[in-house]
Design a protein around this ligand. Structure first.
Ligand code: SF4
Length: 370
């Protein structure tokens, strides 16, 4: 029963337009491609979902199934090795093979059977993972899927691991791809790592796991378990995006204007990309956008204000909260626009600006002049 309630809650949260509440790596990527594409994405969220993709052919479907199993198995093996290294144990070749066999058997049994000829490919590809044993440095501590958060611009990210190596804490992202795909995957993975680095370079940022604050990592590393060259196996990314705060603020302006007024940002010139863009027919006009503040912060500020007036013990009603800060709430379309997204807004606002950490909320408010 409890499981059912939790899944229903999870389903509601995952179907909400969460892109209205935070600045994600995906937003950042779309913005860099073209800021107007981000506007169209926000405008389209209320439309009916696009046509389902056609089913892949049986042969393609089998290939995808094997590729997905290889991915899952690689991730599990990686996790086991990181856990073992954390305990200070050196993992012997024999231990590794045993562990690999157990993971393979469990994954194959757990996710439906897999044909013999594909099983051969699977095991052949997996033998590359053994290289990892020789490449990974000693891990002193690790956390899986930490929650990285920038409370100033309301941005978040969830990498694979946060680990302590001999010289400090790092974000680790594992890319279990075949050696020939490493070059292409590295380009996107590097962008993502730079995004995480940039996100954490603010005094209002932190890393957390299940309400427990974790140390802030100083840089990121991408691990390619199946790379055959040792120098390709672990690649470090220590820089961020210096322009991150400015872009994040721009993203908020774009989201707010697209959500409330359906307006597009002004662009100085058309780019080469326009010729093949799916939004080309709708892409007209453009204006200087009003400055918007992150909606979850506006909501938290209003809650804090109301709590001070009514006392900490009194339950706060959504209707009452959004009546405060009328200018800011109006700039987001007023109660009529905000009511349908109430559930997601409450959730993200609590996640970023819990009222028990009043100092953080006040700091963020001060920086946004709220
Ligand atoms: S048509 Fe050009 S300006 Fe408009 S969204 Fe596409 S790429 Fe951007």
């Amino acid at each position: 029963m409890r499981f059912k309630v939790q899944s229903a809650w999870w389903l509601i949260l995952t179907t909400l337009p969460s892109f209205l509440f935070t600045v994600s790596f995906n937003d950042f990527k779309i913005y860099k491609d073209c800021p107007r594409k981000l506007s169209f994405k926000v405008m389209d969220f209320s439309k009916k979902p696009s046509e389902p993709r056609p089913e892949p052919s049986p042969a393609r479907s089998r290939t995808l199934k094997v590729a997905s199993k290889i991915g899952i198995i690689g991730e599990r093996i990686q996790k086991e090795i990181i856990s073992a290294r954390e305990l200070g144990r050196e993992v012997s070749e024999e231990d590794f093979k045993k562990s690999m066999k157990a993971v393979v058997t469990k994954t194959i049994a757990g996710r439906g059977s897999i044909e013999k000829k594909h099983r051969r490919r699977l095991l052949r590809e997996l033998s590359d993972v053994e290289y990892l044993l020789k490449g990974l440095p000693k891990v002193y501590r690790h956390y899986e899927h930490p929650f990285l958060r920038n409370r100033y611009v309301c941005s978040k990210g969830i990498p694979d691991f946060l680990v302590r190596l001999y010289d400090g804490w790092y974000i680790i992202e594992v890319k279990n791809v075949a050696p020939e795909s490493i070059g292409t995957v590295f380009i996107t993975a590097k962008e993502k790592m730079r995004f995480y680095n940039a996100l954490l370079r603010d005094r209002l940022s932190d890393a957390e796991l299940r309400n427990r604050l974790l140390p802030k990592p100083k840089a990121a590393k991408i691990v390619f378990p199946r790379a055959s060259e040792p120098e390709e196996k672990i690649q470090s990314v220590s820089v961020g995006f210096p322009e991150f705060p400015r872009i994040a603020k721009d993203i908020w302006n774009i989201k707010c204007s697209a959500f409330v007024y359906r307006s597009l940002p002004q662009l100085t010139k058309e780019s080469e990309k326009c010729r093949v863009c799916k939004y080309r027919r709708r892409c007209r006009g453009g204006e200087v956008l009003d400055r918007a503040k992150p909606l979850p912060l506006v909501y938290a500020a209003a809650k804090l204000d109301l709590m001070e007036r009514k006392g900490a013990e009194t339950p706060l009603k959504f209707k009452e909260v959004i009546r405060l800060f009328p200018n800011e709430i109006e700039s987001w379309g007023g109660p009529r626009k905000i009511k349908p997204i109430e559930l997601g807004l409450k959730h993200v606002s609590n996640e970023f600006y819990p009222l028990k950490r009043e100092k953080i909320v006040l700091n963020a408010m001060r920086r946004w002049r709220l």
